[in-house]
Ligand binder design. Structure first.
Ligand code: MV4
Length: 458
């Protein structure tokens, strides 16, 4: 699935990577293999980071708080102009789904490695994302047509939806401000409460209603689109194992889907993206319950858990993302994609494995696992100091096996080898997860981990 580079127009000569940590490293690696020069940017807290060390050039763009550095649009644009970068890769988080930044990059005659500002904006608003998907023939959770303001609106929507109902904030993210209602009285009380909380948290009191699914799985589909009308899906990932809306453990393919489910979902998503004229990589998130898929939201960026899809498809997603951003055609078709084997990602955070209290500090010893089926995406090294200012993700252990059983065996083996000294990490949590009966059988929903952690507390 490699493309002879000499047969196509040249790619970018230089890319600025507007991110840090493991994902900056991931993008750097793709660029180096493609012969593209890299510019790292960093805050004053990240001068000694691995992404700065491995880049061809680096620019300090501000002080430790993200808003002064990794979220500082003017500083990023200046750094790109000064270094002569032709494109900016936003990575994940930070400005990766900011339509203003995407537009600003293009206004300055550089390429934003991502979708159009228009598509970012549509998917950034949950109601417009949902309405867009309905129009494209994608199944969504039954719910109110838009936001609900009055008691009358809420009650008439509830009649059509049926209980239990989930109230969500239009501007809310990560499940913040969601409330369940089982009858009309609860509904009216909770709509009022949700609006007050939404106003306080997001500065916008709009809320909408959906049928509450009690025990679904979180299933997301990876897609990639070029600017020549080609759309390919790369199968799904199961990200049901979460804590406080943070993914902890991800698998591809999902142990809960049949091949029929998978193909049905892939077809729906591919056709929708084709009609939409989407460009770049994207992920459509669904809830899956009793054999039915319901669209929730779409992420318009590369995702943290993309490597498990790379492991089971053999596709370098970041390389393809850069190629399509440069206007190249996808180097494969849907027929070339065959899901093979099984992959699991353990997200390793610099946190206590029981209390989840962040544990920044100096890594006084470091030994990463290796051997067959093991990939470690991490910016850690012996002597590195994990700064306290950012996300606590410090490593992704990505494991491949021909079967799910082999993959799980290798997860346990790799976790046994992994040594990170000086800071606390969530490695012990993953060691426990790998031994759990429900994990081994693949029988879990989005509520499994929180329930298990509560049981262990008691
Ligand atoms: C839901 C749901 C049940 N029914 N929507 C949580 C975050 C936000 N993006 C959507 N979320 C949910 N929406 C309906 N109609 C349950 C959740 C949910 C969840 C979803 C995915 C992964 C983990 C979750 C944990 C709790 C609740």
């Amino acid at each position: 699935m490699t493309t002879p580079a000499h047969t196509e127009k040249p790619l970018f000569k230089k890319i600025l990577i507007a991110n840090r940590g493991e994902i900056a490293l991931r993008i750097l690696r793709a660029c180096r293999e493609m012969g593209i020069k890299t510019v790292a940017v960093h805050s004053t807290a990240d001068s000694d980071s691995m992404h700065v060390r491995l880049a061809d050039e680096s620019v300090c763009i501000g002080s430790a708080p993200s808003k002064n550095s990794y979220l500082n649009m003017a500083a990023l644009i200046s750094a790109a102009e000064v270094t002569g970068a032709e494109a900016i890769h936003p990575g994940v988080g930070f400005l990766s789904e900011n339509e203003k930044f995407a537009a600003m990059v293009e206004e300055h005659k550089m390429t934003f490695i991502g979708p159009t500002p228009h598509h970012i904006a549509i998917m950034g608003d949950k109601i417009s994302a949902k309405n867009t998907m309905i129009a494209l023939g994608v199944p969504v959770v039954p719910g109110s047509a838009g936001s609900v303001s009055t008691d009358e609106e809420a009650l008439s929507a509830a009649k059509a939806i049926g209980y239990p109902i989930l109230i969500k904030a239009t501007s809310g993210g990560g499940g913040k401000g969601m409330k369940v209602a089982h009858n009309d009285d609860e509904l009216l009380a909770n709509v009022r409460l949700a609006k007050i909380e939404a106003k306080a948290n997001f500065g916008n009191d709009e809320v909408y209603m959906e049928r509450y699914l009690g025990a679904p799985r979180h299933i997301e589909v990876q897609i990639i689109c070029d600017t020549h009308g080609n759309v390919v899906h790369l199968g799904e990932r199961d990200c049901s194992i979460q804590r406080r809306h943070q993914k902890v453990w991800e698998e591809a393919p999902s142990p809960g889907l049949t091949q029929k489910d998978r193909e049905r979902l892939g077809d729906i998503v591919t056709q929708a993206m084709q009609k939409m004229g989407y460009r770049g990589v994207g992920t459509l998130e669904f809830l899956f319950e009793k054999g039915e898929f319901f669209f929730m939201e779409m992420n318009t960026r590369i995702q943290v858990e993309h490597p498990i899809t790379e492991m089971v498809t053999g596709v370098d997603l970041v390389r393809e993302q850069i190629r399509v951003a440069a206007g190249h055609k996808l180097s494969f078709t849907q027929e070339d994609i065959n899901i093979k084997g099984h992959a699991i990602e353990c997200r390793i955070n610099a946190e206590d494995a029981v209390t989840f209290i962040p544990s920044p500090g100096k890594v006084t010893g470091y030994h990463a696992p290796g051997g067959i089926g093991i990939r470690v995406d991490s910016h850690l090294y012996h002597g590195y100091t994990v700064p306290p200012h950012y996300d606590s993700l410090v490593s992704k252990l990505i494991v491949f096996g021909d079967t799910r059983e082999e993959c799980l065996t290798r997860v346990e083996r790799a976790l046994f080898e992994y040594a990170i000294d000086g800071i606390s990490t969530t490695i012990p949590l993953h060691q426990r997860l790998a031994k759990e009966k429900d994990i081994q059988s693949g029988d879990y929903t989005i509520h499994w981990l929180e329930k298990k952690l509560k049981e262990n507390e008691a």
